[in-house]
Design a protein around this ligand. Structure first.
Ligand code: ADP
Ligand code: ZN
Length: 608
């Protein structure tokens, strides 16, 4: 028997390795590097824990989940493994003891937060001991374009040069091709072996519905899927804000569900009690913000519900992945609405990052929306996002209950041929969804004029849909693999499959809800009472801007511009200060003072 198998059996009590575990473990024990992409629950921990025990010295495990380190170490100690951690939550005495044990060679594993490893002092200290291997958990945190970037991860690549003889293993449960590449490059893992497991979780049934009366929808979902006969099942409900976490938990409790809120604003005693009940008892429903569940290894969570749209497909996949780790049938349910999209875009707008970063965030959100809007199998879509192709699953809402669709072949051809023409007639210039939409709608704006894109034969041929309708078509074309966003800026390019659509050999259909027909023929300058769709989103972006301006001036927001004026601006969508002046409520003084800034907000919005 190999040392690895022996350790698996004696220390962990498991009979045999799963999936790629054995090859991964052997690779690292042999001194090689590894990149491991494996879904949640796939068994990543053993991939570094076993080599840690088999190889000489102590394994260093980098993890951003500081709150979980004590638990992870506790679990290993239970197995008789000499594990410890070093992080900012410890007092000096505890740290000194861990350091002593490390230098004395008494430890098999030591967990460290990434910021610790960026410090020269920690590196020098660790260099004085024998390092068995370096494991980088949650390795997707190195990706600047991903959903979970941690700057300290960028410094981890240097450790390849600092400790050239130490094998390194990077692990993650989220991996698009781009993230995979970034992990490899930024962590200097060019010589690693790569292990990519299937990301399919066949026991999870995916359902996504449109928000209508949210609380009632959630309640009826839990009443039907959250019980096995009379026995309540364990579940997690994810909401974005603390307030909605509390509201929903209270609502469910009033309706006889054993539900408890959990978010970072609650005191730690209550949180611990909630977590304890969730882990130890059956049938508890926790309503939480997304931080809940990171690394929580409860095998029998039967459902995960989202009452707000996640920021990305990766996030959605990770959160829904907390259901059904035991392999038994489980449900991932979600309700989403346009208001979610508005809120998410606003959060992106207000975030600190630069424009490139915001665009990256915006693309992640688009992919998430495409998953919501798809008329195809959810699982096919989800896995395609991770670069894996499977057959329709027969177990998601769209498979079980195919949605109404419309023949989008002509609409698809309009979009695809615009991309094709831009590429051919404009010397390889490529653009994002917003600009394509403007071309199809025949908009007159600065960029169109500057590039002469009103000369395109597809200019203005798309009046059958509104801007939201076209953006949805673009998202779905990406989701269906006809268009591919490329590089940091997500420029849209045609895929090989697009040719068949352009030639008419293949037809395309889109989900009915995604079709939003233009309300009126032309652009109207009338002030509407209620904005929706694209205009509503722009309105929100303008309000965000106004809020910042008012804050800075320490003045009431309406003194900058009234809501009515912002609505009118969102509708007229001026591209220069002169156009802005035609909007009711914009006088010379305000145009002079805020004009440029407002035009910038609109231009930024258009480029998202
Ligand atoms: P991940 O980190 O990939 O989400 P974990 O390492 O937490 O997954 O493993 C998930 C569960 O599967 C854990 O309870 C773990 O003990 C168990 N497990 C891992 N490998 C094996 C194996 N070879 N045989 C049996 N159970 C395993
Ligand atoms: Zn399906």
């Amino acid at each position: 028997m190999t040392a690895a198998l022996d350790t698996l059996r004696t220390v962990f009590g498991y009979e045999s390795f799963r999936g790629d575990q054995e090859q991964i473990v052997e690779q690292v024990i042999g001194g090689g590097d590894a990149v491991v992409l494996m879904p949640t629950g796939g068994g990543k921990s053993l991939c570094y824990q076993i080599p840690a025990l088999v190889r000489d010295g102590c394994a260093i495990v980098v993890s951003p989940l500081i709150a979980l380190m004590a638990d992870q170490v506790g679990a290993l100690r239970q197995l008789g493994v000499n594990a410890a951690y070093l992080n900012s939550t410890q007092d000096p005495q505890e740290r000194a003891e861990v350091q002593r044990a490390y230098l004395a060679g008494e430890l098999d594993l030591i967990y460290i937060a990434p910021e610790g490893l960026s410090r020269q002092w920690t590196r020098d200290f660790l260099s004085r001991g024998t390092i068995a291997l370096l494991a980088i958990d949650e390795a997707h945190c190195v990706s600047q374009w991903g959903h979970d970037f941690r700057p300290d991860y960028l410094a981890l690549g240097e450790l390849a040069e600092l400790w050239p003889d130490v094998p390194r293993i990077a692990l993650t449960a989220t991996a698009t091709d781009l993230t995979h590449q970034e992990i490899t490059e930024r962590l200097h893992l060019q010589n690693a072996r790569h292990f990519v497991a299937s990301f399919d979780r066949p026991n999870i049934s995916y359902r996504i519905e449109a928000k209508d009366r949210l609380q009632q929808q959630l309640l009826s979902f839990i009443r039907t899927e959250g019980f096995d006969g009379d026995v309540p099942l364990t579940g997690i409900v994810y909401a974005l804000s603390r307030k909605s976490v509390e509201n929903i938990a209270a609502f469910l409790s009033r309706n006889g569900i054993d539900a408890m809120p959990y978010h970072a604003g609650m005191d730690s005693r209550t949180r611990e009690r909630t977590l304890r009940r969730f882990l130890r008892e059956d049938g508890v429903v926790v309503v939480a913000t997304i931080a809940f569940g990171m690394g929580i290894d409860k095998p029998d969570v039967r459902f995960v519900a989202h009452v707000d749209l996640p920021k990305s497909v990766e996030g959605y996949y990770q959160e829904t992945g907390r259901a059904g780790r035991d392999g038994l049938p489980s449900v991932a349910w979600m309700a989403y609405g346009l208001a979610d999209v508005v809120q998410q875009r606003r959060m992106i707008d207000m975030s600190d990052g630069d424009q490139t970063h915001k665009m990256a965030q915006s693309r992640l959100l688009d992919a998430m929306l495409a998953l919501c809007e798809t008329a195809d199998c959810r699982r096919v879509q989800l896995l395609r996002y991770f670069g894996q192709e499977i057959a329709p699953c027969g177990n998601c809402d769209t498979c079980l209950n195919p949605p109404a669709t419309w023949d989008g072949t002509v609409a698809a051809q309009k979009v695809l041929s615009t991309v094709w023409r831009l590429d051919r007639e404009f010397d390889g210039q490529r653009y994002g969804a917003g600009h394509l939409t403007d071309i199809l709608l025949g908009k007159e704006n600065a960029r169109i004029a500057q590039f002469g894109h009103d000369r395109l034969s597809t200019y203005g041929i798309g009046t059958e849909l509104d801007a939201n309708g076209w953006k949805s078509v673009v998202r779905q074309l990406i989701a269906q693999g006809h268009l591919a966003p490329q590089g940091e800026y997500g420029v849209l390019t045609l895929t090989a499959a697009a040719r068949d659509v352009l030639s008419g050999r293949v037809t395309v259909s889109f989900r009915e809800e995604a079709k939003r027909v233009r309300a009126s023929g032309g652009r109207s300058k009338r002030v509407a009472t209620e904005l929706s769709g694209e205009e509503g989103l722009l309105f929100e972006a303008l309000r965000t801007w106004r809020y910042a301006v008012a804050q800075e001036a320490d003045a009431p927001a309406y003194t900058v511009f009234s809501n009515k004026t912002l609505e009118a601006i969102a509708q007229v969508r001026p591209t220069n200060v002169d156009e802005l002046l035609t909007v009711s409520g914009v006088g010379e003084a305000k145009a002079a003072k805020y004009g440029e800034a407002v035009i910038d907000v609109i231009a930024d919005f258009d480029s998202l």
